[in-house]
Design a binder for this molecule. Structure first.
Ligand SMILES: [Zn+2]
Length: 248
């Protein structure tokens, strides 16, 4: 399968990179991991047909992770004449929050009328679902006070992609990474003092935790300008950049 990293910046476009979104193309089709606000634009830039995306997996309800669903849905309806089903997997409130977002952006829009099947699948920590030949398993991320933020493991074609979403160091990261073919790991902060209240991983966290992760490959994403600079010296990890493609 092929992964294309559309956006590898943090919420505020760290170092001029786009918000989170990764396209995975496998033999069953294509799906998205996260849907930052820049997603629809970047799909077009990469000449990836948005209509080919069967499923979007969203880890939590922060705008740089689910905000792009609004434009993805509207362009599917208004511009692309999409007719094929779109499955959206994420925290239980994702459906409500996406409807609210659509109404906030375009007050006159109908957030319930879609000319294609739009299926929401609620996922909470400890749960897993099988969908379109893939299996998605959710763990509790250490990120939001309401406990709904997820880390996910997605299995497809016998390969496992583990993804931290946004998280602090208290998530079960070793379990998440266990024998994964690829661990995609957030690295928002160069050091904790950069944002003392934020629940994110720092470069020092990753340096300390890396030996306990037995994933075959670790790729850092969701980087600020400071963490992107600081992460260059880390051993045993790679730093993702916008447009990176890799085969699993
Ligand atoms: Zn977040």
């Amino acid at each position: 399968m092929r992964l294309t990293f559309l956006g590898t910046g943090h919420a505020f476009f760290g170092a001029g990179r786009a918000q989170s979104a990764i396209v995975v193309e496998d033999s069953a089709g294509a799906w998205l991991l996260e849907c930052g606000v820049t997603t629809s634009y970047l799909l077009k830039r990469h000449a990836i047909d948005a209509g080919s995306i069967q499923m979007a997996v969203v880890t939590h309800l922060h705008g740089d992770h689910f905000g792009g669903l609004s434009f993805m849905l509207l362009s599917a309806r208004e511009d692309d004449q999409r007719t094929t089903a779109l499955h959206v997997v994420g925290p239980p409130a994702l459906n409500t929050r996406t409807r609210e977002l659509l109404r906030a952006l375009y007050a006159e829009t109908d957030p319930d009328e879609w000319p294609f099947a739009l299926e929401y699948h609620a996922l909470a920590p400890g749960q897993s679902i099988a969908l379109l030949g893939r299996r998605i398993e959710a763990f509790a991320a250490d990120h939001m006070r309401d406990g709904t933020a997820l880390c996910v493991r997605v299995e497809s074609e016998g390969k496992v992609i583990a993804f931290t979403g946004d998280t602090g160091r208290l998530a079960p990261l070793s379990e998440l990474a266990d024998k994964a073919d690829l661990l995609i790991c957030e690295c928002t902060l160069a050091e904790a003092s950069q944002a003392p209240e934020a629940k994110h991983l720092t470069v020092a966290d990753i340096m300390r935790l890396r030996p306990s992760w037995n994933a075959r490959r670790v790729l850092l994403t969701h980087l600020s300008a400071q963490s992107r600079r600081a992460a260059q010296t880390l051993k045993g990890v790679e730093v993702a950049d916008d447009g990176l493609q890799l085969e699993l």
